[in-house]
Design a protein around this ligand. Structure first.
Ligand code: TSB
Ligand code: ZN
Length: 582
């Protein structure tokens, strides 16, 4: 999708369109006061104070109509330059603009743009006339706190977008419609995969039976893969004492992202935001020799993070998540190879799921001191080591500052969600800090004690975010092995064919196939359509021909073709397809 902010012409056009919006609002709601109207990746918005009036989605066409009128009237847009005093005088009726002006440098030239009787404070540049903004659309309206602070007044934010011609606008609107259909929240609701409830809380989805079946299969898939690669899985508690997180450093550098302390008797506990501290203690439970390394401790582990209520989003960003986590303990010499193994595993998994839209990001430390453990030497060593490991692996990656973990740099795999969020799916992280904090050791060849290095890695990331991305990539059309219901059986006529349908159901169940029989008194065509709506991979239609010959006829999702095979061949076909994770 196009990035309006980065495109020079569209940026100016959209900025001018924000003024057009404000102009129309001023005509329709004379008491409106205006805060800011910036250009964003997705177009533009304007934050407006309308007193007691509330703008709803239904009001947008009326505002668009007024904007069109002003556009058609072809008013020249002219620039005014003002001193601070002049600006304060000109905007004295609007406290938000006064706030902006007060905060400007004393010697700064203040500019404003005028179209007809409407003047707005602005740096510019702008289009020459209101007529330039002809192909626009108001997209949505939401609340936004003044200056983003929840203690301040809630303003109304109206979003829109503007293009140079009708075709571009229409194409973009079509893309937005398609993105809405791909949104995992819509798919999750339509296919009954998960729900949320205010009584449970924001960012805490409940997985329904269909979603839980997908998740169960994902868990089994990744755990089996890890076991074959030498990972050892553990189960550890979702809470830890505050002292555990003081030892690890989370208390100093990650507290803001954690739920507050719970006091029990004389002890203090927190819900864990990460599993590393528990896994460090698992390592420390034994003495280790260099011969035992690398040790790979894995867990599908629940974590709890305070994500702001505005940021939580379906399964993509939650407050209560399950990581596909592991911590690899190895010697310094083994770091390159182990990192390579993790990257290979990530690529294998993405291949199984057919993911192609992702990029590798080397996430480095930022300047904010409190966010990162303070040890320049450690950071320089870890960052340059990780950079050279990635270069040796021949990975195509970009670098980003202020994206590291507090304990070390990361290789993050970035993906884009249907509605345009840039999020991390898989991650692989290099850590010299936690082994130090927990005083981890192994006995080396020469009999001396050495410190292991820790690699933190999550392949699916969390089951939550992975499922969100999977649903958006597949539009909810899942491969056979993951589908909650794999086969739907439709008897042509209940009276004559239901018994045969039930026989087939039993056979499939004996072969661990997830199957349902649709025995409602409805038309076959109606049931077929519903099978498609539910995105069930295979639908059987059983009538006389099938019953008499002991075979089955099936249709695959997305195909109009009906195929007839023997029962046994059908079961072999399903089992092979499921086994291959195709
Ligand atoms: C990999 N200690 C490491 C671990 O050993 C860790 O916690 N890394 S993390 O902070 O990057 O989280 C791991 C993964 O969890 C991320 O890559 C991301 O895919 C996923 N994740 C992070 N926050 C959320 C969230 N709020 N909702 C859903 N998934 C999340
Ligand atoms: Zn970790």
């Amino acid at each position: 999708m196009i990035n309006i902010k980065e495109n020079k012409n569209l940026n100016i056009l959209n900025h001018s369109c924000a003024h057009l919006l404000a102009h129309a609002i001023k005509r329709l709601y004379p008491n409106a006061k205006f805060w800011v109207g910036p250009v964003i990746e997705e177009g533009f918005y304007y934050d407006i104070d309308l007193g007691d009036e509330v703008i709803k989605e239904e009001d947008l066409p009326k505002i668009e109509k007024e904007m069109k009128k002003i556009s058609k009237s072809d008013k020249r847009i002219t620039r005014l330059e003002l001193s601070k005093e002049e600006a304060l005088e000109m905007f004295k009726e609007d406290p938000y603009k006064v706030d902006l002006i007060e905060n400007m440098n004393k010697d700064e030239v203040i500019s404003a743009y005028k179209q007809d009787d409407f003047i707005d404070l602005c740096r510019g540049p702008h289009m020459p006339t209101t007529k330039s903004m002809k192909y626009f659309k108001l997209l949505k309206v939401s609340g936004a706190y003044y200056k983003g602070d929840s203690k301040n007044k809630m303003l109304q934010r109206i979003y829109g977008i503007c293009f140079e011609n009708e075709e571009d606008l229409n194409n973009h609107l079509k893309e937005l419609e398609e993105a809405k259909l791909r949104d995992h929240r819509k798919i999750g609701k339509d296919l009954k995969l998960f729900m949320t409830h205010d009584l449970v809380g924001k960012g805490m989805p409940l997985w329904l039976p269909n979603g839980a079946m997908i998740r169960y299969n994902l868990e089994k898939y990744i755990k089996d893969k890890e076991i074959s690669l030498g990972y050892k899985h553990v189960y550890t508690p979702s809470l830890g004492s505050v002292d555990l997180y003081k030892t690890s450093g989370h208390w100093d550098h990650y507290k803001e992202d954690m739920f507050p302390v719970m006091k029990v008797d004389d002890e203090e506990f927190v819900l864990r935001p990460m599993n590393c501290p528990h896994h460090m203690l698992v390592y420390k439970n034994d003495l280790h020799s260099y011969r035992d390394l690398p040790i790979r401790i894995g867990e599908l582990a629940h974590d709890f993070r305070y994500e702001s209520s505005g940021a939580v989003c379906g399964l993509e960003r939650v407050r209560c998540m399950c990581q596909n986590d592991a911590h690899i303990f190895c010697s310094l010499d083994e770091v390159g190879e182990e990192f390579g193994n993790v990257v290979k595993l990530i690529l294998d998994v993405y291949k199984d799921f057919g993911f192609n839209n992702y990029s590798f990001r080397l996430s480095l430390r930022g300047k904010e001191k409190e966010k990162y453990f303070d040890d320049d030497e450690m950071w320089n060593k870890a960052e340059s080591m990780l950079r050279s490991v990635l270069t040796d692996l021949g990975l195509d990656f970009y670098e980003a500052e202020d994206e590291a973990a507090f304990y070390g740099p990361k290789l993050d795999v970035q993906v884009k969600s249907a509605i345009g969020h840039d999020v991390t799916l898989s991650t692989c992280q290099l850590d010299f800090l936690l082994p130090e904090r927990f005083d981890l050791t192994y006995i080396d060849k020469d009999g001396t004690k050495k410190r292991p290095v820790v690699i933190h890695r999550a392949i699916l990331g969390t089951l939550d975010r992975f499922t969100a991305f999977l649903l958006e990539e597949t539009k909810g059309v899942l491969p056979l092995w993951l589908s909650p219901v794999q086969v739907n059986i439709i008897p042509v006529n209940n009276e004559y064919h239901l018994r045969y349908a039930k026989e087939i159901e039993t056979k499939l169940k004996e072969n661990n196939i997830r199957v349902e029989v649709d025995d409602r008194e409805e038309k076959v065509s109606y049931k077929m359509r519903e099978s498609v709506t539910r995105k069930i991979p295979i639908t059987l239609i059983l009538g006389d021909k099938e019953k008499d010959n002991n075979n089955i006829s099936y249709r695959r999702y997305g195909s109009e073709e009906t195929v007839t095979v023997s029962e046994d061949d059908f079961i072999v076909l399903l089992n092979n397809e499921i086994k291959s994770y195709r």
